[in-house]
Design a binder for this molecule. Structure first.
Ligand SMILES: NC(=O)c1ccc[n+]([C@@H]2O[C@H](COP(=O)([O-])OP(=O)(O)OC[C@H]3O[C@@H](n4cnc5c(N)ncnc54)[C@H](O)[C@@H]3O)[C@@H](O)[C@H]2O)c1
Length: 265
């Protein structure tokens, strides 16, 4: 059953395109007041804050503008993101540091029983293997220091998108633990989704690899298919789901796992 979100105020970053636009539309359709946040202006008529979420300063300024529009909010969908074709500092800035700064600035404004959903990715499935690097990066008090600390690590700078989403998975657990009993925090990990970013993923990971994955599942996901899962995590039906990641990949990971098992048999 679809939730009735009348009277709720929900923040959606990345609202100008793709999954963020589909999520903003879904929440609006369910009756919520949506405040979109993006560097680009979305089509449509919802409340909107134009912001650059690539730095802590930009994220803090965006949070300030959001607070001016709505002193309390019910949830934040952190969907803004950039692909690995962007410079690695921008990738880690938007996908991790900006996301964290924006969320932390708004946490006090989230009402009791509220929620946060962070967009991760299926490329982050192996995040636990890089726990040490992830926690070292996230543990730096200063963002500039965090970026400097990884600048000579080609494993990270050369795979900045994967590392960024691995950080999002770990950050989601830390945020859920830090707000236990008050605000639920979960992540969503899509496989390929039909949005403008998909062409960048092809350039970053190789067209054959991405198209091969897409053909296995009979097509890329629609942005609405990911938005539906974000809506679920925001709904009372997910009231006991906290600190979880939901993989939304049409069965791609199941296929890869089974294929690997068969190859080793
Ligand atoms: N499309 C996919 O295949 C896929 C798969 C897994 C995860 N994701 C993740 O889903 C999220 C949404 O991606 P999408 O596919 O909708 O891509 P998209 O390019 O359509 O949308 C991304 C949005 O983020 C905004 N954004 C980027 N940098 C920003 C900044 N500095 N400040 C403010 N806004 C900024 C863009 O303007 C855009 O509106 C991203 O975090 C992405 O990494 C996408």
């Amino acid at each position: 059953m679809e939730p009735n979100l009348t009277g709720r105020t929900i923040i959606v970053t990345g609202a100008a395109s793709g999954i963020g636009a589909a999520t903003a539309a879904a929440f609006t359709r369910l009756g919520a007041r949506v405040i979109g946040v993006d560097r680009n202006v979305p089509d449509g008529s919802s409340d909107f804050v134009r912001a650059d979420l690539s730095t802590a300063e930009g994220a803090a300024a965006a949070a300030e503008e959001v607070r001016a529009l709505a002193p309390t909010v019910d949830g934040i969908a952190n969907i803004a993101g950039v692909p690995g074709t962007a410079p690695w500092r921008t990738v880690l800035g938007v996908n991790v540091l900006g996301l964290r700064a924006f969320t932390e600035a708004l946490l006090p404004s989230i009402s009791e029983g509220g929620w946060v959903v962070n967009l991760a990715s299926n490329v982050a499935d192996g995040w636990a293997a890089r726990e040490t690097q992830i926690h070292a990066f996230l543990g730096r008090a200063d963002d500039a220091d965090a970026l400097t600390s990884v600048e000579d690590d080609a494993e990270i700078t050369g795979n900045s998108y994967r590392f960024s989403k691995e950080c999002v998975r770990a950050l989601t657990l830390a945020q859920a633990a830090g707000t236990l009993g008050r605000v639920r925090v979960n992540s969503v990990s899509p496989g390929p989704v039909s949005t403008p970013i998909l062409d960048d993923f092809k350039r970053d990971h190789g067209t054959a690899k991405v198209e091969g994955a897409i053909s296995l599942t009979g097509g890329a996901a629609s942005p609405e298919a990911i938005a539906d899962v974000v809506v679920f995590l925001a709904s009372p039906a997910a009231r006991w789901v906290n600190g979880s990641d939901i993989r939304v990949d049409g069965g791609l990971a199941a296929h890869r796992y089974t294929e690997a098992v068969q190859q080793h048999a």
